[in-house]
Design a protein around this ligand. Sequence first.
Ligand code: HEM
Length: 515
Amino acid sequence: RSSLDKLPGPPSGSFLLGNAIQLSDRRGWDFHTSIARKYGPVIKVHWLFGTLGLYIFDPLAMSQVIKDTAKYDEPSWYIGTNHMMLGPGILSVAGDTHKKQRKMLTPVFSAKHLRTVVPIFYRVTDKLIEAISSRVPTHSEGAGVDVLGWMSRAALELIGQAGIGYSFDPLTEDKPDAYADAVKNFAPVTTASEILLLRQLAPFFERLGPAWLHRWVMEKMPVRNVRRAVQITDALYERSLEIFRTKKAALEAGEDTDAKDIMSILLRANMEASGEDQLPEDQLLGQMSTIIFAAMDTTSNAMSRTLQLLAEHPEVQTKLRREIVDAKLAAGGPLDYDKLHALPYLDAVCRETLRLHAPGPQAVRVALEDAVLPLSHPVRATDGTLLHEVAVPRGTNIFVSVIACNRNEALWGPDAGEWKPERWLAPLPAALESASIPGVYSNLMTFLGGARSCIGFTFSQLEMMVVLSEMIANFTFAPSEKPVVWNLSGISYPTVSTESTKPELWLKVGVVREG
Ligand code: HEM
């Protein structure tokens, strides 16, 4: 028996796997929507081997879970497998090591630093515009373009140049790159439902002999995505090591001393840090793939989704283009940091996309000890009693539902499920203002909150603004004949069908004609 027994929730999918497949399946959107509608903000879900988990979007409960890191943190299976694949970067460490890494990384994501990288953003974006222009005929209704492919290439180059001072792809030639492919496939492969289930076994697996044996077993495993995960890990590690060694050697030789990229600043800060604050070399190396993965897929998918929505809502697209073109005319050229942040409609379009379609649909935590979770509003137990708090047994997996909170009709109103940028131009609903959503951004859970909130959310906002404003000023977007299917994953990604595993999103792209 468990203290969670009395909570409302869906029946188990199967004894062994509970609701795990429904929660993580790439076609699981309806399951998430229906349980949130039917059972409310504190839900009992069935987890592996007959255990129970919690699925929450009650603001106070979420606030405790993401902020009280002494009681709740990322589960060891999640941290451990991130560590295996990305090295000991910030997504793969806990406790004091996480605090130390976070302290060292925070200054490089400040607004002060971001202002200095705007010229890098424009340099890369200009290349992107040039590259797409050369592939789109000027005098036609437009050509089919894999917008996700271009957004991914641009996002990788942007985080490459601004994040680690390295150019991955000058955006001139169309040749495949093992590193870019590895980053793009990292989330689809490592959060595919069968891999998520295998990842739960990692803490036991790790105890079975040395690392070479783990690798041997994984290479021999008859599961395609496990073997792909090994290849992705190798591709990420090899290139990161190469870049890291070059950067370190340059800094030690007194070169690149004023480089403004995140990694150079981090290396310099580490050299100057006192002994106890210094990070060992493997943790610095671990930040490379971690930051690139965290930055690239999330932002490129968000930008692609925004372009898709603009293609489906031509009236929003026209209004947005008007705002951007007028601002550029008034500025007499590209928009600087402040002018970009002063565009209300661009801001509304980005916020609304990140609200309705948060790239990461859920975050997972585990109760590190027996705990009591307070609730914003009492929930009705299955025996009819009202619960004002929930006793959470140690070891319970907790799913913080970003999408259920961002789309909660009780907070956002009956049109919460619709994409309406205009909602951000009026005062937000009173229910939302009083709900105290614990997210770092705009009453949304998209970038989460607390000690592990997204450290790069201002970077990604700036990137979205620069890239989207230039894309909209230069091109028109309309739906293409290729379908777009968004797959639920650690980071949702688009394919052309429910069977395809290749991330891609095609739109009809035309050149904006003068006037
Ligand atoms: C639309 C774009 C983005 C979204 C939606 C997003 C979302 C998130 C979320 C939800 C988390 C918390 C994950 C968890 O704890 O379970 C996170 C963490 C993180 N994000 Fe982002 N992110 C975005 C862009 C970026 C960018 C551009 C960077 C870097 C330049 C970045 C770097 C990170 C890092 C390093 C963490 C780990 C923080 C920690 O554990 O302390 N993200 N992000």
